[in-house]
Design a protein around this ligand. Structure first.
Ligand code: GLY
Ligand code: MN
Ligand code: MN
Length: 413
């Protein structure tokens, strides 16, 4: 039994009786007459099926304690296959997802009518849906459109958000998920080293972004976990600087925040290094405070503590240390983000509260920074930690971060 089927079985175990759960892969968004935006599959759908193509729906059912699952897919289209490649056929869907049944999408409405009628003898139907909706500017998701449609047809159905069930599952990474995140981090290491070895003053930041992308492709990875941040000098004090289009000057620090994906799992890494290959004394002084904060977090990250607690630890540490290096303003003027977040299929993975106690199997980021606009210095160092029974393992420990190691690596350029 593959991992996707195991996950569905676990999900169905937790569903209320006389219920169904529906997950949608999502639809391609058209950009212009003959071009669509790159398609990104819904991550909960992927987590439960292993499938990545648009237009598919997963339906899980539970009646009288008996569970079953099926996929609804679009029919194979020979003409489409000639132009842009074929859709998956039923047998391929069955092989990847190991679902009990595969039906055509056109059969789904009648299937839902059928389960609704069955449920009436048991007091009505509950429907689990992924009700994620982030902003009024986005399009309505297939799950929301589906909820509206069935509410109109079957007014007494109860809609339940599947988010809490899925969050609990996705938060704890399996061995194979940890291996994928580790691989994504290792691919990211190749890209960061290529940047460190090739940086030159006078170069545009976007060339650094390109060097990273090229190094990823050399390792078979085309998909970044998120848009690369490549910021030199003062631009590095803007947290999510995305322009990446300015010239890097000698004497500046360069900050990159980036990640590869491996089989849909993300790395999230930041490194800061001198454009010249050598830190100034002042840059080194500030850098080493950030590095000490990062080590403080990895020494304290363990089950029971929360990301919020770890963040407070860093704030307290900075409060002690910053005045010693002449940074006299409030700490939050120099460090205005949080210490980290969950990492997985999403860069900012499920559970964004930061308040819950960490558990073994979670992967979180550890990303202290200091941003000093007056001095044109922005520093962030970001590693990814696997929480274990005893504490944590730094999955990014092989990407150099000590001043001396960075300078040595950059000498080889
Ligand atoms: N790359 C965005 C972040 O570090 O959270
Ligand atoms: Mn990052
Ligand atoms: Mn991060």
């Amino acid at each position: 039994m593959n991992e996707f089927k195991q996950r569905r079985d676990r999900f169905m175990e937790q569903m209320d009786d006389n219920s169904i759960a529906v997950f949608f892969a999502g639809e391609e968004l058209q950009k212009s007459e003959d071009e669509a935006y790159p398609f990104a599959v819904n991550h909960n759908f992927y987590y439960l099926t292993g499938l990545t193509k648009a237009g598919m729906s997963l339906v899980m059912t539970k009646f009288n304690g008996i569970t079953s699952d099926r996929m609804f897919i679009l029919p194979y289209d020979e003409l489409m296959a000639k132009w842009v490649g074929g859709r998956l056929k039923a047998d391929e869907v069955q092989r990847i997802a190991e679902v009990a049944m595969v039906n055509e999408a056109s059969e789904m409405d009648d299937f839902i009518a059928n389960v609704y009628n069955r449920s009436r003898s048991y007091g009505g139907l509950k429907v689990y849906l992924d009700l994620w909706y982030y902003s009024s500017k986005q399009q309505l998701t297939p799950a929301i459109l589906f909820a509206k449609k069935i509410k109109e047809l079957y007014v007494n159905v109860t809609i339940i958000d599947s988010y809490p069930l899925l969050t609990d599952m996705r938060l704890i990474k399996s061995e194979s998920e940890i291996a994928k995140i580790s691989k994504a981090i290792d691919i990211t290491r190749s890209g960061v080293y290529a940047m460190m070895k090739n940086v030159r003053h006078g170069m545009n930041e976007m060339v650094m972004e390109g060097i990273f992308a090229f190094a990823l492709c050399q390792r078979g990875c085309r998909e970044n976990a998120f848009p690369t941040i490549a910021a030199s000098g003062k631009r590095a004090t803007v947290l999510h600087y995305a322009d990446n289009d300015q010239i890097m000057e000698d004497g500046e620090l360069f900050l990159c925040d980036l990640g590869a994906t491996y089989d849909h799992y993300c790395a999230d890494i930041s490194r800061t290094f001198p454009v010249s290959g050598k830190f100034t004394d002042r840059q080194k002084e500030i850098y080493n405070v950030v590095l000490a904060a990062q080590k403080l977090v990895e020494n304290n990250a363990r089950p029971g503590i929360s990301i919020r607690d770890l963040n407070q630890m860093v704030i307290d540490f900075y409060q002690e240390e910053l005045p010693k290096i002449g940074l006299m303003k409030d700490v939050r003027e120099y460090y205005f983000h949080g210490i980290g977040h969950q990492l997985g299929l999403d860069v900012h993975d499920v559970d964004h509260t930061g308040q819950n106690p960490l558990k073994p199997g979670m992967v979180i980021t550890n990303e202290p920074g200091l941003y000093i606009a007056d001095e044109g210095i922005g520093i962030r160092i970001e590693n990814d930690l696997l929480i274990t029974e005893e504490g944590c393992i730094d999955l990014a420990k092989d990407i150099v971060r000590e001043v001396e190691d960075i300078e040595n690596l950059m000498k080889k350029k």
